[in-house]
Ligand binder design. Structure first.
Ligand SMILES: N[C@@H](CCC(=O)N[C@@H](CS)C(=O)NCC(=O)O)C(=O)O
Length: 266
């Protein structure tokens, strides 16, 4: 049995859902509403000592770290194979999996805190966020979170992260061109595509897709990704998308008890 502890609007969780969908694997949903700090509920730390999502539990055994989960799934359920056979192509795959984890994801966290998570203070209200945070067993992380969701967006940080993100996209363009496409590893659709595309999905919902406007190979690749049925099945459903530039906070304060785990639209 496959269980997935996940948050819908999380690029790391999207990556794992996409691997599962490409392989046609069923999974039991264990939804963790991270905005309500459910990743700190009793017992979850036994599965994931970092109290982060995603966590995959396969036949009772937890696997953590989204890219490691992706590799684990590909090794365990090799049909269809999502790693190329050619050693050069495998090196490119590993390079882009690392690029996502070490560079793209941290940039997206900065952008998301400024342009999305801060809207929670409007939608749910700071009092409710403080109340959730007070139950957080790791008060360093809770206070750091409250600091980051308070106050106006840090425009300098957004600009700096955007221009660094654009720099990484120029290298993705080069990789797609030099490998001949249509995928990051050339002809082989792989875990590299699966690692990077959910990041572009987030950046698109931050209304920053202009960051690859001048990069035709990246644009065409991302369009191809979005056409994949597995991608469409794995992406965050609209109601679970966090508030952001493309999904304004409702005019009336949201009651988190009735809103449940979703981010209702206006
Ligand atoms: N390297 C980890 C990163 C996991 C991670 O940071 N997950 C985010 C969601 S994308 C999370 O759990 N955030 C909640 C928190 O940090 O409190 C992975 O790839 O799985």
């Amino acid at each position: 049995m496959i269980e997935l502890y996940h948050f819908w609007d999380s690029p790391c969780c999207f990556k794992v859902r996409l691997v599962l969908a490409e392989k046609g694997l069923g999974w039991a949903e264990r939804y963790i509403a991270t905005h309500r700090f459910e990743h700190f509920q009793a017992g979850y730390g036994d599965l994931n000592r970092h109290h982060r999502v995603p966590t995959l539990v396969h036949d009772g055994k937890p696997v953590i770290q989204s890219s490691d989960i992706a590799l684990y799934l590909d090794d365990t359920f090799p049909d269809p194979r999502l790693q190329p056979d050619d050693p050069g192509a495998r090196a490119v795959m590993r390079e882009w999996i690392a690029e996502e984890g070490e560079y793209l994801f941290p940039l997206v966290v900065t952008l998301s805190f400024n342009l999305m998570m801060k809207l929670r203070s409007e939608g749910f209200g700071m009092d409710r966020l403080r109340e959730w945070a007070s139950r957080h067993p790791d008060q360093d992380r809770a206070q750091n979170y409250l600091r980051r969701v308070s106050g106006p967006p840090d425009r300098d940080a957004v600009d700096a992260a955007s221009s660094r993100f654009a720099w990484h996209m120029t290298h993705l363009e080069e990789t797609l061109r030099s490998g001949g496409g249509p995928w990051i590893c050339g002809g082989a659709y792989s875990l590299a595509d699966i690692a990077v595309a959910p990041i572009l999905d987030r950046v698109e919902h931050l209304d920053l897709e202009t960051l690859w406007d001048d990069l035709p190979a990246v644009r065409a690749w991302y369009r191809r990704m979005k056409e994949r049925p597995a991608f469409r099945r794995s992406m965050p459903p609209p109601e679970y998308r966090m508030w952001g530039p493309r999904k304004p906070v409702p005019a009336r304060r949201v009651d988190p008890d009735t809103a449940g785990n979703t981010f209702p639209a206006a």
